[in-house]
Design a protein around this ligand. Structure first.
Ligand code: HEC
Ligand code: HEC
Ligand code: HEC
Ligand code: HEC
Ligand code: HEC
Length: 157
């Protein structure tokens, strides 16, 4: 079956599926047994554990955001994000997805309960999210120079 042209079956083997062992999909032992494949979720369990579900409780299929080329990237773009209750604007447009959704690099991606108000994610609303070395603010603050370690008090604009 090595030179078997799978594309003739009506289910093309695309991307990473091309290197998947036949038996990982055809688990029954017989290639002619029917194999449900209407959605990706027919074979893939939901990594997101229902987090992508709408208020009606329905999870969109993986194919809305992923292709067989890999799960480590997604088709979910900024336009899609701006249809959710949390729009990406200003400084957040340049913030990588993982900064909000994978705050702990050892853990899984999280798409719910990650905080929604400024203070949820920015501990000190007045100073916390502004890089003091590059972003002028109206506030006066005490800065410790990175180069010299000397304390300075400066007032910017
Ligand atoms: C990623 C999953 C996947 C892999 C890997 C895969 N298949 Fe399939 N294969 C399917 C699906 C889905 C169908 C369509 C099944 C159906 O219509 O019920 C199918 C159909 C077939 C059929 C036609 C069955 C029929 O009754 O028409 C054959 C034969 C087959 N595969 C052989 C293979 C062989 C040989 C390999 C390894 C070289 C392989 N498949 C690898 C998913 C896979
Ligand atoms: C609404 C969009 C959406 C849907 C639907 C969705 N995902 Fe994801 N998924 C993402 C995003 C965004 C990431 C983060 C990927 C990135 O940008 O690196 C992700 C990450 C993953 C990862 C982790 C990859 C890694 O970095 O280790 C897996 C595995 C995964 N998804 C599987 C699935 C499966 C399986 C389904 C269907 C049951 C699914 N996803 C449905 C958006 C989605
Ligand atoms: C007929 C079953 C079947 C269907 C349908 C199916 N897959 Fe798969 N897929 C598999 C199997 C089995 C593997 C191998 C998993 C493994 O090695 O753990 C796999 C592997 C993958 C991989 C590589 C996994 C990795 O960790 O890199 C990706 C990405 C993937 N599938 C995406 C999809 C997407 C997207 C869809 C829907 C468009 C889909 N699959 C539909 C059975 C299926
Ligand atoms: C500044 C933080 C932030 C950044 C950056 C960010 N997100 Fe989000 N994202 C959120 C918040 C907050 C929510 C809403 C969470 C909730 O509903 O509890 C969300 C929701 C989502 C959802 C769920 C959508 C739904 O159905 O409601 C997906 C998928 C998602 N983001 C993907 C991404 C991707 C992909 C990127 C990078 C292109 C990204 N996010 C960048 C904060 C961020
Ligand atoms: C879900 C978490 C989350 C929420 C909610 C959130 N932010 Fe952010 N924000 C981040 C992350 C992560 C970054 C990028 C890391 C950083 O620069 O501190 C960022 C970056 C920023 C930046 C750019 C900072 C810079 O140095 O360039 C500004 C400005 C900002 N956020 C303001 C806000 C405001 C105002 C709100 C409320 C309307 C808000 N954020 C809500 C997570 C969040």
């Amino acid at each position: 079956m090595k030179n078997f042209n799978h594309n003739l079956t009506g289910f093309e083997l695309e991307g990473k599926h091309q290197s998947v062992d036949c038996k990982k999909c055809h688990t029954s032992g017989s290639f002619t047994d029917p194999l449900p494949h209407y959605t990706c979720a027919s074979c893939h369990k939901d990594y997101h554990e229902g987090q992508m579900a709408s208020i009606l409780g329905l999870s969109p299929d993986c194919s809305k955001c992923h292709t067989p080329d890999g799960f480590t990237s997604s088709l979910f773009a900024i336009e899609d994000h701006n249809k959710t209750k949390f729009k990406l604007e200003g400084g957040h447009l340049a913030t990588p997805c993982f900064a909000c959704h994978k705050q702990d690099t050892n853990k899984k991606w999280q798409f719910r309960k990650i905080g929604e108000t400024c203070a949820d994610c920015h501990k000190d609303v007045h100073e916390g999210f502004l890089d003091k070395n590059s972003t002028p603010t109206r506030l006066a603050y005490n800065a410790t120079s990175r180069q010299t370690g000397r304390k300075t008090t400066s007032t910017i604009i």
